[in-house]
Design a protein around this ligand. Sequence first.
Ligand code: IPE
Ligand code: IPE
Ligand code: MG
Length: 195
Amino acid sequence: VHIAVIMDGNGRWAQRQGLPRVEGHRKGVESVRTIVEESARIGIEQLTLYCLSSENWKRPSAELDFLMYLLEQYMVEERPTIKHNDIRVSTIGRREGIPTSVQAEMDETIAMSRGNKGMRLCLAINYGGRTKLIDAVKNIAQEVQKGNLEAEQITESVINEHLYTTGMTDPDLLIRTAGEMRISNFLLYQIAYTE
Ligand code: IPE
Ligand code: IPE
Ligand code: MG
């Protein structure tokens, strides 16, 4: 089973408590911890979390800085949990714009969990469904240009391979927290039959 989550509503949660938005993000990380551990415990095979969209760069820089700080901290502090639960971590999304110190911690956590055999945890960071499709189309076109592939050989599985780097299946269930019903440029191609 593959569950995907659009993690929304941090700001509104904080507002209701009379707190600054960033406190909502801090609280959101606590929810992520619970969801990840519980999903691994009940045997979910794949969990994909939308952490930052390519459109989220439009947010105020102080908020973005805080999100980057939380991401870096999460990558470091979750290592014991990831190890203990045999979780394999991967990311999707463009690396451009993410501070190199954050990227380094992401890479270390990914490398450290590479041999794990339990739940796959995929973090969508600076992810956009359309840009991902554009990148995939470019890569496929290059393969055709090099003569490794015929245009007629472009099938659903070829497209799938180029959209995900780690051979994941399509999500069975997509959850958006906070009550809204938008896709916000998440896994556009992969959610064709997702509940
Ligand atoms: C989701 O919560 C967190 C991220 C997108 C990083 P929001 O920050 O979108 O919270 P709301 O939607 O404003 O309540
Ligand atoms: C979606 O939440 C993106 C993530 C959960 C990372 P947003 O709050 O950014 O989406 P919109 O802008 O309301 O569609
Ligand atoms: Mg939101």
